[in-house]
Write a protein that binds this ligand. Structure first.
Ligand code: ATP
Length: 337
């Protein structure tokens, strides 16, 4: 049995959580995969209720679970997810973007994955004010850069036949920090002679993601650039509502949508739950690999086929051009499962 901790989140988080839980229940019923889901609070509501965005009880429950699913949280996101990433050393943020039939991607054959460094850069929150200026520390270490570069090359080795790693940075301006990141990636590349290696400035990359998104395979970058490029990549293949992410460490992992709490559509019952359901798909892939469990791998495949099977039939939520509510869309997925 797998214990799954699930943070229900803010904004559209509760809608997405309800949808994901009913899909996980269907996986449990259909595949006999034993799952124990524990709903937890963190984020704006938790801050209001307990005075802490990440209550101690929530943290302890996450640590006891086999994996965590986290719906988006609101204004207190940095006090929840950024803290969890650092506390649990979830150093790799994996954000895939792929074209699927019926999704109106910019090209038909996009299949890329962004490997984003998840523990440092401007996200360490080391900011202060002096006189009339505000200053932020951008910390890029050799050890974290090496770890994420290796992760990217190992990912490329396990994937399709493109086998290319693109290292994205802005070392012509940030000569020290991105200079280090670029150098370390190039150094790691020497150990992977079977994989093509290229470097690209982040602004050129933002353009190429629109111009020739099908040319990318694995993209490795620092924390902030990875955040921005992954929103762009999600739109390139059809929308944020379909975009999942995994935060992976050596012994634990947390799965969440790429997008935030989307307060503009909160409580309306129209959010696209695919981002969270596909996050569960990534969770099953990770659990399957970790525990050598074929049932988890099967569950991952079934979730992906069901989500995109529904979309292929033209059944869609509003963000991707349809009319279905979160509940109706979820029920369609469950009926395909
Ligand atoms: P953050 O900075 O917190 O990650 P963001 O900048 O990614 O947030 P979001 O609120 O996540 O912004 O998303 C931007 C817009 O995309 C939302 O306002 C919403 O309209 C749309 N959107 C995001 N996720 C979904 C979803 N699951 N279903 C439908 N629409 C969505």
């Amino acid at each position: 049995m797998y214990r799954i901790s699930l943070i229900t989140g803010d904004g559209i988080g509760p809608d997405l959580s309800e949808s994901a839980i009913s899909v996980l229940d269907a996986i449990h019923d259909n595949l006999g995969l034993q799952l124990k889901i524990e709903k937890l609070m963190a984020g704006d509501l938790a801050l209001k209720k307990f005075g802490q965005a990440l209550p101690d009880d929530t943290l302890q429950s996450i640590k006891k679970s086999d994996a965590c699913m986290k719906a988006p949280v609101g204004e207190s996101a940095a006090d929840v997810i950024v803290v969890l990433r650092r506390m649990l050393d979830l150093y790799a943020n994996i954000r895939p973007a792929k074209s699927y039939p019926g999704m109106n991607a910019l090209k038909d054959n996009i299949d890329l994955v962004i490997v984003r460094e998840n523990t440092e850069d401007l996200y360490t929150g080391k900011e202060f004010e002096i006189a009339n200026a505000a200053v932020a520390f951008r910390i890029i270490s050799e050890s974290a850069s090496r770890k994420i570069a290796k992760y990217a090359f190992d990912t490329a080795r396990q994937r399709n036949d493109k086998k290319r790693v693109t290292c994205i940075h802005k070392s012509n301006v940030m000569r020290k920090t991105d200079g280090l990141f670029s150098r370390v990636c190039a150094d790691v590349a020497k150990q992977y002679s079977d994989i093509e290696f290229e470097q690209m400035y982040v602004d050129a990359c933002a353009m190429n993601l629109i111009r020739r998104p099908d040319s990318f395979d694995v993209m490795v970058t620092t924390n902030l650039f990875g955040d921005i490029l992954s929103d762009e990549a999600a739109e390139v293949v059809g929308g944020l509502g379909m975009a999942p992410a995994a935060n992976i460490g050596d012994s634990f992992a947390l799965f969440e949508p790429v997008h935030g709490a989307a307060f503009d559509i909160a409580g309306k019952g129209i959010a696209n739950p695919s981002s969270f359901i596909l996050s569960a798909k990534m969770m099953f892939e990770w659990l399957g690999a970790k525990h050598n469990d074929k049932k988890c791998i099967e569950a991952a495949g079934k979730l992906e086929s069901a989500v995109y099977g529904v979309v292929k039939k033209g059944i869609k939520t509003r963000d991707i051009g349809g009319t279905k509510t979160t509940k109706e869309f979820t029920n369609e997925i469950i009926s395909l499962l």
